[in-house]
Write a protein that binds this ligand. Sequence first.
Ligand code: NDP
Length: 333
Amino acid sequence: MASLPKTMKGVIIEKTGGIEVLQYKTDLPVPEPQEGEVLVKNEFIGINYIDTYFRTGLYPPPSFPYILGREGSGTITAIGPGSTYNLQPGTPVVWMGTSAYAEYTAVSASSCIPVPGSISLRDAAAAILQGLTALTLIREAHRVRRGDWVLVHAAAGGVGLWLCQLLRAVGARTIATASTEAKRELAARHGAEVLMEYHGEDSEAFVRKVVDTAGGEGVEVVFDGVGKTTFDASLACVKRKGTMVSFGNASGAVPPVAIARLAPNNLRLMRTHLFGYLTTREELETYANELWDFMTKDKMDVNIHKIYPLEDIVQAHQDIEGRKTTGKLLLQP
Ligand code: NDP
């Protein structure tokens, strides 16, 4: 640690709230890697919608001051004691964890993986969390098969564009929603076959159109990261024995659901979180390798909306919450 600085740039919150709680600092202590951790000097930091949930308090931060952010890529600069999966100083890595909005993060070695030479640090940071979310949704939450009809909401967003591309790659047929024409066109360029506006006032017409498009019975699965405003219509679009997967709350949390609503069509209802599919090193490595393969062999686009300097964090949060973005937002310290 001798050559490391004592302080670093980073973004903290000391309470939950609006964008005004985001504080850019230049004198945060550089963390020391503890048992099983490595210290990463972050080159790129990914922004995810979940960062706004921790900022607002929808998901309560465990303590304050709290450094937001769940993923980054960079170079290992120090190794803590204990088992660190043979990770070495100087290795380029991508990681998922906490405290990403900073120059340095002490990361659990178990969730830190070397970046293959064929993929840049920028693309690795842009891909890992949202790409793995989409990949595990189509493999685990509902195993999508060739020819399946699938409804994807917020299809031009970070997770959404990965879903469109992966679903095309596995031969599924995607009905995509997004709020603007430009976003819907982007989803189409990434594989969505049928484009729709959200249901607005007339959810019955929306459901009818989705069901008709999907051959009259409904879709095999809905991947819904929008939450409160789309849940009811989404559930009504699922065919007999199909699956409704709710994986996010961009419009607010879904209120409690009466289980009896699943009975008429023998539906499955899932509420997933990525890390529940990546609890072992083997699961992480298997899915990451599959994602790298999709990116290189199928030439998937990482869709970087913008790379913001870390000090522009307020603008970045305003943009993602204001629905002004498509694809991935990155920060650079
Ligand atoms: P996005 O880039 O998709 O941004 C959110 C998008 O949601 C917006 O661009 C917007 O697209 C749409 N949206 C719909 N209603 C609203 C609203 N009222 N306010 C704001 N946005 C709205 O973000 P991410 O890709 O990071 O995340 C997408 C979803 O997936 C989030 O709910 C997130 O929490 C969830 N997620 C869940 C994970 C899990 O493990 N369960 C992991 C990763 C993400 P449009 O303008 O087209 O409507």
